[in-house]
Ligand binder design. Structure first.
Ligand code: PLP
Length: 365
């Protein structure tokens, strides 16, 4: 265990150690089958039990109301950028997007690529093509009668996060939750459909969790390839074709771990504490560290900040690595430092980073 580093990677990202240990222990003999989950039929009773258990656990932890269904699909959140408009927006309809970051913009652009009329309800993009904030409710202008309004809950690259979701009345909200899924409580009933690539907060790359209202999942548009139809995944309970079995297994283990931690109430409290410690250190540094996002839009999952010079930023990332902390380099479009503090990153890890930040400022500042 002493080779484990402190992992601030943005995704794929840190997973809880007990989950990795359990996966290791079950690698040769899973659920009494005498084989690993990787070698087992997805039609076996053991795998079906795993799949249904994971869906039930997710429903319990997130408080998913009746009338919704959980799907596990492949293709990452990026495939959802296409599946959402293809399935939920008729070919002659309009889809509306709130653009708050790079992923939100990609989702908007993808709707256009698949032939839908995509419009922007609000954008916080600056002249320099960066994003630093979440829009105020009054900035969101939903015109006409779009099939849905799409937003991105947490902007992984720029480090902003919705503190409160807008109330859009009769409009159906769709959410990309890839980077803050299961990090805090949420009211699923505000959304028609949400999705999250697992590799930030709930598992490995290769599986995407979709939670949607059943009547939306049942919508059909003409000429869609089979795999791209929610209806097929819903009717076949995520078993139309071979699902990403290992990803689903890992998500199930992470959900068990979340339950053991005390569920979303406990994780939310812990993530708040981590944010207070880290943003407190940034704000208390006398301007040496400067938060990149507006205060009222700050993310608890991706903490982005700058140092006085790019040279110091490069030295910070390199010295942190020597001190056993990786993944801190900011995204190339933003620069600076980004500490991704997903669920598996502990309060202790964040305290270690803060101690390093103080020492770095003392010796190099
Ligand atoms: C990482 C990320 C994506 C892209 O996910 P893939 O699984 O790589 O397709 C989309 N949206 C958000 C918010 C992300 O953080």
């Amino acid at each position: 265990m002493d080779k484990r580093i402190i992992n601030f990677n943005p995704g794929p990202a840190a997973l809880p150690e007990p989950v990795l240990q359990r996966a290791r222990d079950e690698m040769l003999d899973w659920a009494g089958t005498g084989m690993s989950v990787l070698e087992c039929s997805h039609r076996s009773k053991e795998f079906e039990a795993l799949l249904h258990g994971a869906k039930a656990r997710l429903t319990e932890l997130l408080g998913i109301p009746d009338g919704y269904q959980v799907l596990f699909v492949g293709g990452g959140a990026t495939l959802q950028f296409a599946m959402v408009p293809l399935n939920l927006c008729p070919p002659d309809g309009t889809a509306s997007y709130v653009v708050t970051g790079s992923w939100a913009k990609k989702a908007y652009q993808e709707a256009g690529k698949v032939g839908r009329k995509a419009v922007i309800a609000a954008t916080t993009e600056t002249k320099e093509k960066t994003f630093h904030r979440i829009p105020k409710p009054a900035e969101i202008k939903v015109e006409g009668d779009p099939a849905y309004v799409h937003l991105c809950s947490n902007n992984t690259i720029f480090g902003t996060q919705w503190q409160q979701y807008p109330d859009l009345g009769k409009h159906v909200m769709i959410g990309d939750f890839s980077s803050d899924f299961m990090s805090r409580r949420m009211d699923v009933s505000k959304f028609g459909l949400i999705y999250a690539g697992a590799q930030k907060n709930v598992g490995p790359a290769g599986v995407t969790v979709v939670v949607g209202r059943k009547e939306l999942l049942a919508l059909e548009q003409p000429n869609l390839p089979t795999y791209l139809r929610y209806k097929i995944h819903a009717e076949n309970d995520s078993l139309y074709n071979t699902p990403p079995v290992f990803g689903i297994y890992m998500v199930a283990l992470v959900l068990d771990w979340i339950k053991e931690q005390g569920g979303l109430v406990a994780l939310e409290r812990r993530n708040d504490e981590k944010g207070q410690i880290l943003y407190g250190a940034i704000d208390g540094s006398g301007g040496f560290y400067r938060g990149a996002a507006d205060q009222d839009s700050r993310s608890l999952m991706n903490v982005t900040y700058r140092l006085p010079t790019e040279e110091l930023e490069a030295a910070f990332v390199a010295d942190a690595k020597k001190a056993g902390m990786v993944g801190l380099k900011g995204h190339r479009s933003v620069g600076g430092v980004r500490a991704s503090t997903y669920n598996a990153v502990s309060v202790e890890h964040v305290k270690t980073l803060v101690a390093f930040m103080k020492e770095f400022q003392r010796t190099k500042g």
